[in-house]
Design a protein around this ligand. Structure first.
Ligand code: NAP
Length: 249
């Protein structure tokens, strides 16, 4: 596997070996957080944490992925398009026989993604809305012509089943861009292979401000997710940490 951002890491302690067979996408979570570990303010709106250099790295990571996933909370808070921003990276993808943008996926049990959301409207390429059985039929009709709808799980989306289906659709490398609720569930189910955090040069504060991994949290020593450091380096005015997950499925 190549380096995630196309550059040689500093102090590399070895890339993750891909378990074989892995019947789900190889999954990389990438987040930007403040120096005090927040991914947004208590108001949960978008906070500018990284600079141009890190945004370039994220764009390269995205362009090298088959798909990019977010939770509905992130769509409603930030309205991201999740497109590849660099024209030359988009051209490279086309030259390689791929779509201009990776497949864009929203984990959205109730099919609440607004029909006007940038993720549905901006840029070429496939979209997938993953819903639960609660919203299945209605969602199929609602997103017709805009996105493929995958139905898994009863109350919330069954992430393990979703991952298997994504793998069957040919998605080998998945980037997850948040938020903390979705990432907590992915970790809880052992579905994350690598975890990257860009740590920016600001303090956001607030006990209730979201963090990269929210959810209910883990309580026991056996349940904590264990990581090994792949590399660390300065990016712009911040630091990028890249970890490999030890106890994944
Ligand atoms: P989120 O993680 O984006 O989405 C969570 C939602 O996904 C759940 O509330 C649930 O809503 C749905 N979902 C469906 N099945 C699920 C499952 N099995 N496990 C978990 N979630 C499931 O939302 P969030 O935690 O509120 O995060 C949004 C915040 O993160 C915003 O403040 C945003 O600005 C910030 N953010 C920051 C960064 C960064 O890098 N700094 C990146 C992304 C987001 P339903 O029940 O309706 O399906």
């Amino acid at each position: 596997m190549g380096n995630a951002d196309g550059r040689e890491p500093r102090g590399n302690r070895g890339e993750g070996s891909i378990p074989d067979p892995l019947n789900r996408p190889y999954t990389i979570v990438n987040m930007a957080m403040s120096a005090d570990g927040k991914i947004s303010s208590v108001e949960r709106g978008q906070v500018k944490i990284s600079g141009a250099e890190d945004r370039g790295r994220v764009d390269r990571l995205k362009a090298g992925s088959d798909a990019v996933m977010v939770g509905i909370g992130t769509v409603l808070a930030d309205n991201p398009s999740l497109t590849v921003k660099s024209e030359s990276l988009r051209k490279d993808r086309i030259l390689a026989g791929k779509a201009e943008n990776p497949v864009r996926i929203v984990v959205d049990s109730n099919g609440r993604t607004p029909l006007t959301a940038d993720i549905l409207r901006r840029g070429e390429g496939k979209r997938i809305i993953a819903v639960s059985e609660r919203a299945g039929k209605e969602a199929m009709a609602r997103f017709q012509g805009l996105a493929m709808v995958i139905v898994t799980g009863q109350g919330e989306v069954d992430l393990s089943l979703l991952m298997t289906q994504l793998h069957e659709l040919g998605i080998g490398r998945l980037m997850v861009e948040g938020g903390g609720t979705l990432i907590a569930s992915l970790f809880a189910q052992g579905l994350v292979d690598e975890f990257y955090t860009f740590v920016g040069n600001l303090i956001v504060g607030g006990a209730d401000a979201p963090t990269p991994v929210d959810g209910r949290g883990f309580l026991n020593d056996n349940d904590f997710v264990r990581l090994s450091l792949m590399d660390v380096g300065e990016v712009g005015e911040g630091v990028l940490l890249r970890w490999r997950v030890k106890n994944r499925r």
